[in-house]
Ligand binder design. Sequence first.
Ligand SMILES: CSCCC(=O)/C(O)=C/O
Ligand SMILES: [Fe+2]
Length: 196
Amino acid sequence: MEDPRTEVIQAWYMDESDEEQRLPHHREPKEYVSFDRLNELGVLSWHLDADNYETDEELKKIRAERGYTYVDFCDLCPERMPNYEQKIKNFFEEHLHTDEEIRYCVDGSGYFDIRDENEKWIRVWVKKGGMIVLPAGMYHRFTLDSDNYIKAMRLFVGEPVWTPYNRPHDELPARKEYLDTFIKKEASNHAVNAAA
Ligand SMILES: CSCCC(=O)/C(O)=C/O
Ligand SMILES: [Fe+2]
């Protein structure tokens, strides 16, 4: 039986082209990335019932287990989002956070791009019903896809801190902890290996 998450979350290695960021940027031939690989890099994912997020017991359970006490919504639409253009630009700058980035797509879709252990970009396409957690200290970026709309629930443990630290911020403890836990390379070696 197919993993139910594939309906709402798919991941693949990106090509190297500088074309429009909202395009899928598949390699030729396509190179998909499994949920197990995402997991090894620290990315968690679920398929949830986005039409009933207010009463969904599975979401309640995840929130209770992981301590996600805070919730709000990011409605990425030019009419409803103040400073829309600037936000779109900022989200696509490679950055990290010192806490998890937890996003649940309740409508629309978008691309979360993450780096693998060799610095290659993996594009994670999250559609309505897909929820992902990017670990603290993982470099990533976000863009809308060509449908140009997402409404995402943002969750957090306690008072939210959304600060993006644009790359490079390898000195941050969160970055070191991420590398120790998931990549098992030091930040300086990592940069050398990536350039080789
Ligand atoms: C779809 S939520 C907006 C993206 C965001 O909050 C973020 O931090 C991207 O990295
Ligand atoms: Fe982010």
